[in-house]
Design a protein around this ligand. Structure first.
Ligand SMILES: [Zn+2]
Ligand SMILES: [Zn+2]
Length: 370
């Protein structure tokens, strides 16, 4: 079978031929891969900034945002049947008995760093015709989400953040009642999304769905299909070329929540300076090598203390976040059927993967389809 692999030693990204994988344990499932999304992490792996092959291999099969069809199940598989659609999770637990996070099924909070991630760190990914995985790593997808379920994994970033925020919002002003339905949690609150990449746009959709008055701030200027999407979901787009952070803060009023999805340190720092009273600032971007910047930590500390602010970093996602993402994709599809159509820029054969990963992104989410 075909797979798309990166060879860090010889600095190559190429299609390889591999043996078809086989079910080796009773709790395993054989998957035929349908859609694999390409994201910034794949680009970093394919430019050799990031990514580690499994021990003993000189290559890593990439791909971590996936949708697959179950073709065979092991004898101990209970929930899944051939024909089911699934979205696999990415991170696998570390082996340490003392890691409370991994031992309780929350490897997204792993303490040791010795976790593996499929398609990223020490485990082959999903950009292959067939893949074997354990049932417990697979999230069942309703058939009507076939066209967009490949977006579930990038949406889990926002879902994990929202899950954390919802919990915090019960303890902080305006003291959200835990019984509040998910679509009303952000009512009366303002949210600022930084960046209009897929993580930012999906985050904006999740925030609008949660009732926040949502602004999206990024460098791009209209006309731009991503800016059109922001408008289509009822959020307000402001370009950094047209308005400063101070202008934005004036327009928004108290910024209750900032969702950073750029991974640019200077941009994030400037945004932190306009975070509102009792505001929560969520960081999801991972900056690469960037120039040193001047900062005023005393001012930041003063602001954070005097304004009761929270700074929250979040990575990866747990099973509940996948469930929430699939639920929300359903909501998005019903609420914004046309906008959702534009999220997937195109489906391409695996042979085009290297150039698509290394080229400039064109639409919103580029997908490799086997
Ligand atoms: Zn990704
Ligand atoms: Zn761990």
């Amino acid at each position: 079978m075909k797979a798309v692999a990166v060879f860090p030693g010889s600095r190559q990204v190429t299609i390889i031929e591999q043996e078809d994988p086989l079910i080796a344990r009773p709790d395993q499932v054989l998957l035929r891969m349908l859609d694999i999304g390409i994201c910034g992490t794949d680009k970093e792996i394919c430019t050799f900034e990031y990514g580690t092959p499994p021990p003993g291999d000189d290559y890593l099969v990439i791909g971590h945002e996936a949708l697959a069809e179950v073709t065979h199940v092991g004898s101990a598989v209970e929930r899944l049947r051939p024909g089911d659609l699934v979205v696999p999770s990415v991170r696998r637990p570390c082996p340490h008995p003392g890691c409370l996070a991994c031992r309780s099924g929350h490897q997204d909070y792993c303490y040791t760093g010795d976790f593996r991630e499929r398609g990223i760190k020490e485990a082959h990914g999903y950009m292959a015709e067939y893949v074997v995985d354990r049932e417990r790593n697979l999230n069942l997808v309703p058939p009507d989400l076939r066209e967009i379920a490949v977006l579930a994994e990038p949406l889990t970033i926002a879902e994990k953040a929202l899950g954390q925020i919802s919990w915090m919002m019960q303890q902080r002003p305006p003291w959200t009642d835990p019984q509040t339905p998910p679509e009303e949690r952000g009512q009366g609150l303002s949210a600022l999304v930084l960046g209009i990449g897929p993580v930012g746009l999906l985050g904006a959709m999740a925030l609008v769905s949660a009732g926040f008055t949502t602004y999206v701030y990024s460098r791009e200027t209209p006309p731009h299909p991503r800016i059109d999407l922001v408008a289509a979901i009822g959020a307000t787009y402001v370009s950094s070329q047209a308005a400063t952070f101070a202008d934005l803060a004036e327009q928004m009023g108290n910024i209750d929540l900032t969702y950073e999805a750029v991974g640019h340190s200077h941009f994030a720092l400037e945004a932190l300076q306009v975070l509102g009273i009792n505001g929560i600032f969520v960081l999801t971007g991972v900056p690469g090598m960037q120039a040193f910047i001047e900062a005023d930590p005393a001012r930041l500390m003063r602001d954070m203390v005097l304004k009761n602010q929270v700074l929250l970093g979040t990575v990866n996602a747990g099973p509940d976040d996948f469930t929430a993402a699939l639920r929300n994709l359903h909501v998005f599809r019903h609420r914004w059927p046309e906008a959702v159509q534009t999220l997937i820029a195109g489906r391409h054969p695996p042979e085009q993967a290297p150039e698509l990963i290394l080229g400039r992104p064109t639409g919103i989410k580029t997908v490799i389809a086997f």
